[in-house]
Design a protein. Sequence first.
Length: 540
Amino acid sequence: MKTDFIFDRSTIAPKQMPNRLNSELGGLSKEPNQKRISRRTTKGRHKKQRTCIFCLLLLILLLVSALYVAALFLIRTCTCEITTKLNKGANSSLDVKTTPSLVPVQTTSVAHMTPGQMSAQNTTIGSRGREFIVLFTTHALKSKKNIYVTSENGTKLNITTSPRLDASLKSQIERSVNIPSSQRIILPQAIELQSFQKEVKSVLIKTSSDVFIISHDKDKYSVGSTTHIPIHKLSTKYIVISTKPASKSYSQLAVAAIEDNTAISVTFKMKHNLPLKIEGKKFYNGDVFNFSLDRFETYQIEHIADLTGTFIESSAPIAAFSGNDCNELENIGACDHLVEQLPPTSSVDKTYIVPPNSDDRDTLIRITATENTHFSYMIGGDTQTVFLERLDYFDTHISSSQSCFIESKVPLLVTSIGLGSRNSVTAMGDPSMTIVPGINQYLDYYKIVVPPGYDHNYVSIMINLAFKDLLRLNDKTINKRAIVFEENVLASSVTYSVRSVRVVEGELTASTVNGGRFGLMFAGVTEYEAYGFSGNSLLL
């Protein structure tokens, strides 16, 4: 810094000095040889002093501003890094053990549904979830493997298969797609299982939010549908449900592993004790077949006898399915594919209301015991009591104008098997199979796709009579003209309304204004074909 400004007492005018100094200098200021400085020169020096002070303050301000900007930049950088890590962690929920390339969805394979608004309901209970194992059992005809996925507010879906699956088949299945509301996905026919072979034909579906999934295995004159169970609800014990095969038909069971080295035992139950040959060995009623599967591996067993009551147990959770390849029942109509994903025995209920099928279709109700039990059932005010030993079953029938109430002290597995229509002119429907939801499995909200291609689609609703008028389908009250069956049923001490309502294909939402829970079962018929599935078959 320059020092051309020199502080000198003698250069300060007397009136600018302190009083004491003015008195000391007195008349010296008046001496003729005293150097005088003009007022203008003094003001100039003061101005320079103020300018330097201003520049110093400005420099300090600039330094402070620079430090502030630098600190702000560092904070934002750290925040971005943390956010990036969190986002990567969130996306990792869609990762799987294998990392195959994802194939874009073909327009011929995926058809979008119309998005629908959905209320914020609890979707973590029942059959909703984020991970599912899907397989397709053998269909007697060459069928289209449909999967319908419904999401609450949109989701990202990722489909993967085993790294050991044939590459050409793998490329047709694996994909990643954003689902706005609901979506139909078609898998190749070659993913269908073959009996008595270890295969890697299960498909893993993972989503970023809870979804509801059904499969719809359809040929022109035969179809089988089932509600799928999320992986976190799978378990280690299952009871097989099937029907007595007609000539040249088979009952089936199939399993898929979600962990390596899963040991599985199948204890056969056969009322008609016909030999079942597996890997060169014959098995009869009560015999046990043991095998093991790795992740993604599947195994299917078929037999000419009914396998209802066969018990499946595993060392780790598995997905289990059963039914028939294509079966004709009670000499009515033609055959249809029957399949259900089985609920774990730990998720089975004790109390049920079974609604009828429509279009002059009777219903065979199959009741299977998980333990020795006495149970009662009521049809049209007539109550009967039956004793069943563990894994045995009892059949009864209702017409298209009846319902049935079933109650037990131990869990029972109840299956509704729709028969062919008694009206030979219309020939609406063939056999269908649906696991019935128990009263303690009812939910307060559903969003499900009603499959296209049927002359009549129905939803059966079992609800506390007090809540009957609070039910909404697609946010609307039920049109009375759409009701094809209605009956009140006394279930223990509560009266329930049972209604079957005709609905159209596409997305369907069902809810109650007050949050009351209710059961749903879906059915559809066309000429020589029928499907059925439930809204949930798991304890909450």
